[in-house]
Design a protein around this ligand. Structure first.
Ligand code: ITT
Length: 199
């Protein structure tokens, strides 16, 4: 059975294919090439559902989506759901630079990555539906004073997970996948996906 992966972010696709691989037995992930919906929800969960609904409606297939970002305590949770567009450019490096600038001199560096994983099953012909599910996971840590590491994407070079002396861009992909917000959110939703589609 095919599931459309409702993201245009190549880094997410890479991570999700890695994370989901072992749980996909009997399921095939297909890329989403339809229009990007307007993400005008107030929460990660709302925006993940908007993306999954759009991909499901466009493809007629069940859809999985990820809405994620970094929430900084001292910035009142910003950039939060605006993480991809924080600097106005959708450029990861610009976003990180603005975050470091906005946190210059701050002692409170506490932050967390958040990921909402949404799963939408289209309405069956003549039947009930659609069915919608969402799971949210957090990865607590702190924003480092400067970038380090070359793995991952986005804010990884400045995110130091709790319990680590290094940033998530210095973790190996296996290490990040054992801890990350994305891995936790999708670990929670995959049993729902499997039982909904495969019984
Ligand atoms: P789609 O909506 O097409 O999925 P997007 O990049 O616009 O792609 P989001 O709106 O969910 O997705 O924004 C996610 C942003 O949050 C992402 O661009 C990064 O800046 C940041 N982010 C999320 N997860 C991250 C991770 O694991 N490591 C580093 N940064 C992350």
């Amino acid at each position: 059975m095919r599931i459309v992966l409702a993201t245009h972010n190549a880094h997410k696709v890479l991570e999700l294919r890695r994370i989901l691989g072992p749980t996909l037995d009997g399921l095939e992930l297909v890329a989403y090439d339809g229009p990007e919906p307007v993400e005008d929800g107030d929460t990660f969960a709302a925006n993940a559902l908007i993306k999954a609904r759009a991909a499901s409606a466009h493809s007629g297939l069940p859809a999985l989506a990820d809405d994620s970002g970094i929430c900084v305590d001292a910035l009142g949770g910003a950039p939060g759901i605006q993480s991809a567009r924080y600097a106005g450019t959708r450029n990861d490096s610009d976003n990180v630079e603005l975050l470091l600038k906005n946190m210059a001199g701050m002692d409170d560096r506490g932050a967390q990555f958040a990921c909402a994983a949404a799963f939408v099953v289209p309405a069956a012909a003549g039947g009930a539906g659609p069915e919608e599910f969402v799971e949210l996971a957090l990865w607590p840590g702190a924003v480092a004073a400067e970038r380090s590491g070359t793995h991952g994407f986005g804010y990884d070079p400045v995110f130091r997970p709790d319990g680590q002396q290094i940033t998530s861009a210095e973790l190996t992909s296996d290490q990040k996948d054992a801890l990350s917000h994305r891995a936790q959110a999708f670990a929670a939703i995959m049993p729902i996906v499997r039982s909904t589609l495969l019984g």
